[in-house]
Design a protein around this ligand. Structure first.
Ligand SMILES: C[S@@+](CC[C@H](N)C(=O)[O-])C[C@H]1O[C@@H](n2cnc3c(N)ncnc32)[C@H](O)[C@@H]1O
Length: 314
């Protein structure tokens, strides 16, 4: 675990101290059901009160933090200013702070209970550089240009129209935009719609796609592995000590960029004498590459993971 993971887990453990586990378990189950059944919408919030916010933070925030951090690690230009839309309890702010300790973040969120908990979790960690704004994204515009806008696990909760308005509003003010959604086929389609809109607004897509054309696969997604704490296992009935958070994302920028030749879009197949890589390439096609043991690229291929650019260092 990185030091930021440890800080986050410690902050979550402090936040649940004294809260009866059976109550939290009930909220975790209800919240998971609402999100899985896609019952969360503009008019039906996922997080409704303080206990919901706590349930969300304990079982989802370490995973959304890790997915956001993975997506943000592909951003080529270090931001100084960051706005996180629909920031919940602050996962994207934690992810940005883990990568760029001097970044200044504003978190825009409509649920006061999520903001209260977010402030509490961040206290003593990164909070001096963070500003929390209680606002509805339907009314949000930024008065100034910002280096980075993140929209993490939020599109799902907006109507098609609001989704488009929010992306357009972000495109007005951001130099770089990162959208992260769950790793489901429907979320992939939503991410692609956001990608189309960003291209329309003059942005260049820098990750995960190594091209600006239509997506050549039905379901592009990635996985971020994270440790599961005892508390998480207790609340979610899990037995494994890790989880793979599946997510989909897009990074778009107005700044100069170095396009990647290709990206690994599935877990590499590792047989005894070869590595099989599923790639999305700069020509906009999906392609399978077999790297045999006799190839100079074999060692690099062995070390390559799902989501990495290929060839490494490109
Ligand atoms: C699934 S949570 C994601 C939180 C955080 N971004 C993360 O990745 O953990 C979605 C958040 O978006 C917020 N949200 C949804 N619709 C919103 C709106 N119209 N205006 C402001 N916040 C909104 C919700 O209150 C919730 O905190």
């Amino acid at each position: 675990m990185s030091s930021v993971d440890i800080q986050l887990h410690a902050a979550l453990a402090r936040a649940v101290a004294g809260v009866p586990h059976h109550e939290l378990r009930g909220r975790v189950a209800a919240l998971s059901h609402r999100y899985r059944a896609e019952q969360v919408a503009d008019t039906a919030p996922g997080i409704r009160d303080a206990l919901d916010a706590l349930a969300y933070a304990v079982v989802r925030m370490p995973a959304t933090f890790r997915a956001l951090q993975t997506a943000l690690s592909t951003v080529e230009h270090e931001p100084s200013t960051h706005v996180d839309l629909g920031g919940g309890t602050g996962a994207a702010a934690w992810a940005a702070a883990a990568l760029w300790p001097s970044v200044t973040t504003e978190i825009v969120e409509r649920q006061p209970a999520a903001i209260r908990l977010g402030r509490q979790l961040a206290a003593g960690n990164f909070s001096p550089d963070w500003r929390w704004t209680t606002a509805d994204l339907r009314d949000w515009t930024s008065p100034t240009t910002v280096d980075l806008v993140t929209i993490g696990y939020v599109l799902n909760e907006l109507t098609d129209e609001t989704r488009r308005d929010v992306i357009r509003a972000a495109a007005q003010s951001a130099k770089t935009i990162v959208v992260v959604e769950p790793g489901t086929p429907s979320a992939h389609r939503r991410t692609l719609a956001a990608r189309d809109l960003l291209i329309e607004q003059g942005f260049t897509i820098t990750a995960p796609c190594p091209h600006q054309g239509p997506c050549p696969v039905d379901w592009c997604h990635f996985a971020a592995r994270l440790p599961r704490t005892e508390l998480h296992r207790l609340l979610k009935d899990g037995t494994r000590n890790y989880e793979d958070e599946k997510f989909t994302y897009v990074v778009a920028t107005r700044l100069p960029t170095h396009p990647k030749p290709a990206r690994v879009i599935a877990r590499p197949g590792r047989a005894k004498n070869r590595v099989v890589l599923e790639l999305c390439t700069s020509t906009g096609t999906a392609q399978q590459v077999v790297v045999p043991k006799s190839s100079e690229a074999y060692r690099a291929a062995r070390r390559t993971s799902w989501g990495d650019a290929w060839p490494p260092g490109s």
